[in-house]
Design a binder for this molecule. Structure first.
Ligand SMILES: Cc1cc2nc3c(=O)[nH]c(=O)nc-3n(C[C@H](O)[C@H](O)[C@H](O)COP(=O)(O)OP(=O)(O)OC[C@H]3O[C@@H](n4cnc5c(N)ncnc54)[C@H](O)[C@@H]3O)c2cc1C
Length: 238
């Protein structure tokens, strides 16, 4: 059994996980399963060392969300951003490779709430969505969840979303324009009589558009959660 104290210590110290499988999905998305000495939960965030040589902790680190876990195995869904510091790492990792990780460094799932939930996310938020989906299915939660995935990449379609989520807990659509996202959020807010909720995850511009639309349609800030994971022109966690 892992005690809370061990979990807190473990998260501070870089350690070696082992990559056990890698699947390249359409839409520039890579699914990896790793094993780690510390059991991680869906929604936990781990930092992965994606570049740099020499003794840990030098190098660049990027945060990824645990989409699913099974004892000491955990699954990540990583966007392959060709211009990013993580690109060479993502190209190179293969089953059997050691991966240096830290964490969990927080968790990203919203608390269980009441009222129909619309989740808006981009490719970097799919793991968080998968974690939420797993939690909802596992706990037999009955709240109404609908999902709008934003992607301009035509290869990222419904079949990719299904392979990320397994058994989607609610209806979902893949939308190609931010205007459609804003419309979807307004509709959701307008249809549910004041108790609608929004969770927006991914690039800062997407979460801002979704939040603005929700506020414009009358949702209170307490009904809106955002997780802005990256911002154009900014490099990730170093
Ligand atoms: C709490 C948290 C959880 C996260 N969970 C996930 C996750 O589960 N899966 C995941 O893929 N990412 C996740 N991210 C984002 C991830 O940590 C990186 O920030 C992101 O993938 C960019 O890293 P990079 O090395 O590719 O690009 P960087 O080297 O950091 O940035 C290079 C340039 O690329 C641009 N850029 C950055 N990200 C993207 C992108 N995704 N697409 C296109 N251009 C981009 C920026 O404009 C930047 O100037 C999470 C971030 C946080 C903070």
């Amino acid at each position: 059994m892992t005690t809370p104290g061990r979990r807190v210590r473990a998260k501070l110290i870089p350690r070696q996980a082992t990559l056990v499988s890698r699947t390249d999905l359409a839409g520039a998305l890579v699914e990896v399963w790793c094993t780690d000495q510390t059991p991680l939960q869906p929604g936990d965030v781990v930092a992965v060392r994606v570049a740099g040589r020499g003794p840990v902790p030098t190098g660049a680190w990027r945060r990824y969300t645990v989409a699913e876990s099974d004892g000491h195995r955990f699954r990540l869904l990583i966007h392959h951003n060709p211009g990013g510091a993580a690109a060479a790492f993502i190209d190179a990792v293969r089953p059997g490779h050691a991966v240096t990780i830290r964490g969990p460094e927080g968790a990203v799932l919203p608390p269980v709430g009441e009222g129909p939930l619309l989740v808006v996310c981009d490719v970097t938020g799919l793991a968080t969505l998968a974690a939420l989906n797993n939690q909802v299915n596992r706990d037999g939660r009955t709240e109404q969840i609908t999902v709008a995935v934003f992607s301009e990449n035509r290869h990222l379609d419904s079949s990719v979303v299904v392979s990320c989520l397994g058994d989607p807990a609610g209806e979902f659509a893949v939308l190609r324009h931010l205007d459609d996202i804003a419309r979807r959020v307004s509709e959701h807010a307008g249809t549910h009589d004041g108790n609608a909720r929004l969770l927006a995850i991914g690039e800062h511009g997407l979460t801002a558009v979704a939040k603005r639309a929700a506020l414009g349609a009358g949702l209170a800030t307490t009904q809106i959660s955002t997780r802005a994971y990256w911002r154009p022109g900014r490099r990730g966690l170093e």
